[in-house]
Design a protein around this ligand. Structure first.
Ligand SMILES: CC[C@H](C(=O)O)C(=O)SCCNC(=O)CCNC(=O)[C@H](O)C(C)(C)COP(=O)(O)OP(=O)(O)OC[C@H]1O[C@@H](n2cnc3c(N)ncnc32)[C@H](O)[C@@H]1OP(=O)(O)O
Length: 249
């Protein structure tokens, strides 16, 4: 695979985003590869746990690729494209095994959405994380906003989405988005547990989730985001990103 590396350590699958030179931004190839990986993982009965991480020191994921997934897309095209990633996130959120995002670096926009699809998140001291879509004239479009409502309080979700700012790891820990902050995040949490234990715990965790409602909320979010894709504010924000990068040469 070109943008995703998959390894297996004693039936714990480790999925590593592998575009560090682009801050692991999700492009169309990565969406396709993640779809393939999740399709395999979903039906692997030997699997004990799922870990999502990324290459490099700087970023876990800088969100959707602003060159590949934005630009001149119609509402319908945006909906179709965003939906592919939404289904990846929904599948991760409902996997039958515990899932953990090991945040090797910062997460922005869709990067935060992807991490929120996992059951748990471990971040690094000093890093920041942000649902920054609001600063780009849009809202989260992969269903990550709907997922955030499942993970932390409604008030903190509402506030974070509207502030659209990066939060320091200490603040992300305080509001409960991160469960742990460490200098070197790892997945020892799963060590020494049997497949049965891990799957039973996940079954209990999923019982708290109304999967049908979550699916509908995520879909509605994608629909709303696609309406904003063609907005003046979004087009200007994308142009500003292109201009900034061009200036820096
Ligand atoms: C529904 C979710 C929604 C979606 O797209 O569908 C989103 O996720 S919106 C995207 C939200 N993300 C952002 O707004 C982040 C944009 N990137 C940045 O602000 C910066 O690149 C940053 C802060 C992540 C890193 O800054 P730094 O100075 O450390 O590095 P560079 O800017 O030089 O980045 C290195 C290299 O990566 C490319 N890059 C980074 N992020 C993206 C991105 N989201 N899309 C495409 N490309 C990205 C950047 O252009 C540089 O490439 P180069 O070829 O070297 O110019």
């Amino acid at each position: 695979m070109e943008t995703v590396e998959v390894t297996n350590e004693k039936d714990i699958v480790i999925v590593t985003l592998d575009r560090p030179y682009k801050r692991n931004a999700v492009n169309r190839i990565m969406i396709e590869e993640l779809k393939q990986v999740i399709e395999q993982v979903k039906y692997d009965e030997n699997l004990k746990a799922f870990v999502l991480t990324a290459k490099g020191e700087d970023a876990f994921c800088a969100g959707g690729d602003l060159r590949d997934l934005h630009g001149e897309l119609s509402k319908e095209e945006a909906f179709a494209l965003l939906s592919q990633m939404r289904l990846v996130l929904y599948d991760i959120a409902t996997l039958p095994v515990p899932t953990l995002a090991l945040l090797n670096g910062e997460a922005r926009g869709g990067g935060c959405e992807l991490a929120t699809a996992c059951d748990l998140r471990i971040g690094k001291n000093g890093d920041s994380y942000g649902f920054v879509q609001g600063k780009l004239g849009i809202i989260p479009g992969w269903g990550g906003g709907a997922l955030l409502y499942e993970r932390i309080s409604s008030e903190e979700t509402f506030r974070w989405l509207m502030r659209s700012e990066m939060l320091k790891s200490s603040e992300a820990l305080r509001i409960g988005w991160l469960q742990e902050v460490s200098d070197s995040p790892d997945f020892t949490l799963f060590s020494g547990k049997s497949k049965e234990q891990l799957r039973f715990w996940k079954k209990q965790f999923l019982k708290r989730l109304n999967e049908q409602r979550l699916y509908e909320m995520m879909e509605e979010e994608t629909r709303q985001a696609s309406e904003l894709w063609g907005s003046k504010a979004h087009k200007e924000a994308i142009q500003a990103f292109y201009d900034r990068n061009q200036k820096r040469g």
